[in-house]
Design a protein around this ligand. Structure first.
Ligand code: CAA
Length: 382
């Protein structure tokens, strides 16, 4: 059992912390207020290896392990959750699936630019009428005699959709086969037949751009199929296992920021002639916040460590995401409460942490879906 980090892991944590503090934190309020996509900062993250942390160096990444990914995500998320959303999609949802299932040519073509942060990637699974029930998708890809596919349909809530160069798309190729009738495709958004709908105004992570996307007779060539035909659902589920480690890390980062702001505030703010941190009701909240924060981080590191060992980690990733996201929401809630009126004010960042934390309970599988994944794994029942 080893609770320390190795030199490489500490190094990437340090790089992420420096960028987070020097570049991201100072503009976090601006990006939240305006919803402006932080392209310049994303480029800096990419130049420092943070957009493809687990991507081997020959494909433009940092070639590091999943624990390094967690450490870097926590630092970025603590400065601004929206930046970490964009980072997690490039790392987990885009690069990871292509590295696992792509051909050599696909890795060369699609992974490098996204891992280097010179382009943005996206992942399109959700549709207007199918979220948790991903197999109910209606987006259709119909195979042609020459082996190409013609895609028609809509996808919604696409993180980084407004700015993505490439998208990993999941579409139904054989509706009679249910989850085994879904195929994954690599989409170039510059091509004819691809369109973008309205950008979603959101409660939190406001600088992470989200929109609906649309396919009208978009033609996918045979070498743009990711993995085997009919294998798409399993690819999506496997990618989301990794994605859930990323969102758990994001939740830990948001929670840590809310916690640290609270520790500073309870030492400084006085009531009834004493710092509010001396009151037992505040102390009880602080203790519970710290326990939940550390439990979330440890569960997240365990899932990442298992992944790095090449072991099964689906249920552990779900446990990490469930615990970290619900803890982040709870910790941010307590942070606002302890800050009182100042917690409700836009003058302090805690109200942003509160708004940003909520999404971690929703995307990449809701808390209800994580509970389902965990319980199925524990009981073997369906
Ligand atoms: N890895 C690999 N394969 C898996 C898997 C995993 N983790 N989980 C399931 N599978 C396989 C199963 O083994 C099964 O294979 P067979 O056909 O060979 O038996 C197949 O997939 C179907 O599995 P299930 O019958 O368990 O599927 P289900 O319909 O019951 O769904 C579910 C399971 C857990 C509910 C799943 O649909 C799910 O996770 N839903 C949530 C979807 C989600 O997370 N959406 C997030 C959208 S993306 C996003 O949010 C991105 C963003 O904005 C940043």
């Amino acid at each position: 059992m080893e609770f320390g980090f190795n030199e490489e892991q500490l190094m990437i944590q340090d790089v992420a912390r420096r960028i987070a503090r020097e570049k991201i934190a100072p503009s976090a309020e601006h990006h939240d207020r305006t919803g402006e996509f932080p392209l310049e900062n994303i480029r800096v993250l990419g130049e420092n290896g943070l957009m493809g942390i687990e991507v081997p160096t020959e494909y433009g990444g940092a070639g590091m392990d999943p624990v390094s990914y967690v450490l870097a995500m926590v630092e970025v998320a603590a400065a601004d959750a929206a930046h970490s959303t964009i980072m997690s999609v490039n790392n987990s949802l885009f690069c990871n699936g292509i590295l696992t299932h792509g051909t050599e040519a696909q890795k060369q073509k699609y992974v490098r630019a996204i891992a280097e942060g010179s382009e943005i990637g996206a992942f399109a699974l959700t549709e207007p009428q199918s979220g948790s029930d991903a197999t109910a998708m209606r987006c259709r890809a119909v195979k042609q005699a020459d082996g190409s596919f013609v895609v028609n349909g809509k996808k919604s809530w696409i993180t980084s959709g407004p700015v993505a160069k490439y998208i990993v798309l999941f579409a139904m190729t054989d509706p009679d086969k249910g989850s085994r009738g879904i195929t994954a495709f690599l989409i170039d958004t510059a091509r004819e037949g691809f369109g973008r709908g309205k950008t979603e105004p959101k409660l939190g992570i406001r600088a992470s751009a989200t929109c609906e996307i649309e396919f009208n007779d978009y033609v996918v060539q045979p070498d743009e199929v990711l993995g085997q035909e009919g294998e798409g659902f399993k690819i999506a589920m496997g990618v989301l296992d990794t994605g859930r480690i990323g969102i758990a890390s994001q939740a830990v980062g948001i929670a840590r920021a809310a916690y640290e702001a609270t520790i500073a505030y309870v030492k400084e703010r006085k009531a009834f002639g004493a710092p509010i941190g001396t009151f037992q009701m505040t102390q009880a909240k602080i203790a519970d916040m710290k326990c939940k924060l550390d439990a979330s981080l440890l569960l997240t590191l365990r899932a990442a460590w298992l992944k790095g060992q090449g072991r099964k980690f689906s249920a552990e990733a779900a446990m990490a995401k469930l615990t970290a996201s619900e803890s982040a929401m709870w910790i941010a809630h307590q942070a606002v409460q302890i800050h009182g009126g100042m917690g409700y004010s836009k003058e302090m960042p805690v109200e942003r942490y509160f708004r940003d934390a909520k999404i971690t309970e929703i995307y990449e599988g809701t808390s209800e879906i994580q509970r389902l994944v965990i319980a199925r794994s524990e009981t073997g029942l369906r």
